[in-house]
Design a protein around this ligand. Structure first.
Ligand SMILES: Cc1cc2nc3c(=O)[nH]c(=O)nc-3n(C[C@H](O)[C@H](O)[C@H](O)COP(=O)(O)OP(=O)(O)OC[C@H]3O[C@@H](n4cnc5c(N)ncnc54)[C@H](O)[C@@H]3O)c2cc1C
Length: 376
């Protein structure tokens, strides 16, 4: 049994803590906030993340608390006209792509950690340097502005601005939204919407491409009028949904190359602390779940230097491929020039009429990866 410290109680910290405690270790989580909390927004858990939740023992509860993402719908912004719709459940497993409220996911992960006897130190801003001598391992799960990453990578510590802003809000779902993720694309902007909490609520993620020289700590409250004006060109039922926004938060999205040092001695990075990524494939938390499973196994079976070596060997190729796919998606969503847009929209509509299921093919490597089947 090892004594392990985890810094941060987000998806990565809570999941790795639960998995390590289930493996018999004594785990302490340090969280700087006084309470375990999440923003009011939705989250997509794709099959590659869901298999880790299953391993934690949460599959039933997650299914009860979430909605199955049956199909992806891509629409134009002006009047919400459908461009392409493709079924996902038949390709990815009937129950494995879930849409839920973040607070519900965090609550389930927290309760699982507590029931596995993880101890929590809330309101405690931890630093890995001062914990490293007291614990066999210290895991930096301290998010996008990780001080653990800076400690391990003093040369690469700065976050870079990304030229994207995101706003998140949850509104009443009065709009007969289909049971799945809808992507509504516009020049330099897109909106991702999907139902959560028994379809009573609609999660909205609004993304705008724009010079972004404000890197702020995490999110800021935004005046609803500002986003109603900024996204006023969106019509159809989504335009109506935007009118009902009452609370909204804004993020200046930052991005960062994967750092050189993933681990030094007994200090390891995980989740956004290791690989902050733009949300264009909704993979930050799913990747954090994959990291958590692998790291928990490696720590249990190997001494620190071997665990670090294998961690990079297993995770790096997949993370680099993911980062590349995210970059490719970013520009496709936001086509500005009308000729390119007309061409792309005609292509999507043609695909919709001929072989819509083929739209799943480019992402099978991403979603159909089951980390729990790896021989670690
Ligand atoms: C608009 C948007 C939409 C997204 N949608 C999706 C999606 O649908 N699916 C998906 O998989 N991902 C999505 N993501 C990404 C996902 O939210 C993140 O990747 C994920 O939440 C990261 O979890 P984490 O635990 O690594 O970090 P965090 O959730 O940031 O948790 C870090 C924790 O560490 C704590 N902390 C920080 N420093 C210290 C310290 N020194 N001491 C103690 N505690 C500390 C913080 O308070 C925090 O609680 C989205 C992101 C954005 C911006």
């Amino acid at each position: 049994m090892l004594k392990i410290a985890v810094i941060g109680a987000g998806v990565s910290g809570l999941s790795v803590a639960s998995l390590l405690a289930k493996a018999g270790h004594k785990v302490s989580v340090f969280e700087k906030n006084q309470r375990i909390r999440e923003v009011g927004a939705g989250i997509q858990i794709s099959p590659n993340g869901f298999c880790v939740l299953k391993e934690i023992g949460l599959s039933k509860k997650v299914i009860q608390t979430s909605i199955c993402n049956k199909s992806i719908l891509i629409c134009d912004y002006q009047n919400g006209q459908k461009l392409l719709q493709f079924d996902q459940s038949s390709v990815l497993g009937k129950e494995n792509f879930r849409l839920l409220h973040r607070a519900d996911l965090i609550n389930l992960l927290y309760r699982s950690a507590v029931s596995n006897k993880v101890s929590f130190n809330l309101g405690y801003t931890a630093d890995a340097k001062s914990l490293r001598d007291q614990y066999s391992f210290v895991i930096g799960a301290d998010g996008v502005h990780s001080t653990t990453r800076s400690l391990l990578n003093p040369q690469q510590s700065k976050n870079r601005r990304s030229d994207y802003f995101a706003w998140r809000s949850v509104v009443p779902n009065k709009f007969n939204h289909h049971s799945g993720v809808r992507l509504t694309i516009a020049p330099n902007k897109h909106i991702v919407s999907y139902p959560v909490r028994g379809s009573d609520q609609l999660n909205l993620v609004l993304i705008q491409e724009s010079e972004n020289d404000e890197i702020f700590e995490w999110s800021r409250k935004e005046k609803p009028e500002n986003i109603k004006n900024l996204f006023s060109e969106f019509g159809g039922d989504l335009g109506d949904a935007l009118k009902s926004v009452e609370t909204v938060h804004k993020w200046g999205l930052s991005s960062q190359d994967i750092p050189s040092n993933w681990a030094i001695d007994n200090i390891f990075l995980i989740g956004d602390a290791l690989h902050p990524m733009l949300p264009f494939l909704a993979q930050g938390a799913n990747s954090a779940l994959e990291d958590a499973f692998i790291l928990a196994k490696l720590i249990t079976f190997h001494e620190p230097s071997k665990a670090a070596e294998k961690y990079i060997e297993i995770r790096k190729p997949r993370l680099l491929r993911l980062m590349k796919a995210i970059k490719n998606n970013a520009w496709k969503f936001h086509l500005e020039h009308s000729l390119f847009r007309i061409g792309a929209h005609s292509g999507l509509s043609l695909l919709d009429k001929t072989f819509p299921q083929s739209a799943n093919l480019p992402f099978r490597w991403l979603y159909n990866y089951d980390v729990t089947n790896l021989n670690i």
